[in-house]
Design a protein. Structure first.
Length: 209
């Protein structure tokens, strides 16, 4: 049994009532894509991730989150939005409910990130980078190693996050014992991947998270 199926079975064991019904009936193709095409390639495990997570609302009812990442001290809600389904089903009442839901979750301390289904299918790497940037910003750089980065790229990102200031290519040369052109190529690859940004005057680099 693969890691996704094992995780899903464990989710079923821990849920009851409406949350379990939603997992059976609502956790389908789109949610599976999020786990298998985004989360696992980026993070490498399903620790702290919960499907159809139940949150009490101020009306003594419940909100249900597509995916909740429960890892102290933060709460993160990851949502998968299918444009065609939302467009067909939206009403004034459901529109109001979704805004009310998001406002209360944010008030309760949730970080909310939404992924259009089309982006998951067509731009998975960009979505993976967002996941890693969010987790890196909140928890540090420990999850960055699973995005198929080279050892030198990973060490560069660790260095950037540790110093938390603009740095010059020469510092990467000294860190990795490589020549200037190699360092500049390495840094620009990370910029193109969205993991570093170029800081002008003087030319230097800073981490995106």
């Amino acid at each position: 049994m693969d890691i996704y199926k094992t995780w899903l079975e464990k989710q079923r064991e821990n849920l009851t009532g409406e949350a379990l019904r939603r997992l059976h009936e609502g956790h389908a193709h789109n949610e599976k894509l999020f786990v298998q095409d985004l989360w696992l390639p980026a993070v490498g495990n399903l620790d702290f991730l919960h499907a159809e997570y139940e949150v009490t609302n101020f009306r003594d009812g419940f909100f249900y989150l597509d995916f909740a990442y429960i890892r102290p001290p933060y709460l993160i809600n990851w949502e998968v939005d299918d444009f065609s389904s939302h467009a067909k089903l939206v009403t004034r009442r459901s529109f109001e409910y979704e805004r009310e839901r998001q406002n209360q979750l944010m008030l309760d301390g949730w970080h909310i990130y939404r992924f259009p289904l089309d982006a998951i299918k067509e731009k998975p790497r960009r979505c993976q980078q967002l996941i890693l940037q969010v987790l890196g910003k909140l928890y540090g750089g420990g999850v960055i190693t699973d995005l198929k980065l080279s050892l030198k790229q990973r060490e560069t990102l660790r260095f950037a996050r540790q110093i938390q200031r603009p740095f010059m290519p020469q510092e990467i040369c000294d860190l990795l014992f490589i020549k200037g052109q190699h360092a500049r190529t390495l840094l620009h690859e990370l910029v193109q991947s969205g993991l570093l940004v170029l800081h002008q005057a003087p030319v230097a680099f800073v981490p995106t998270v």
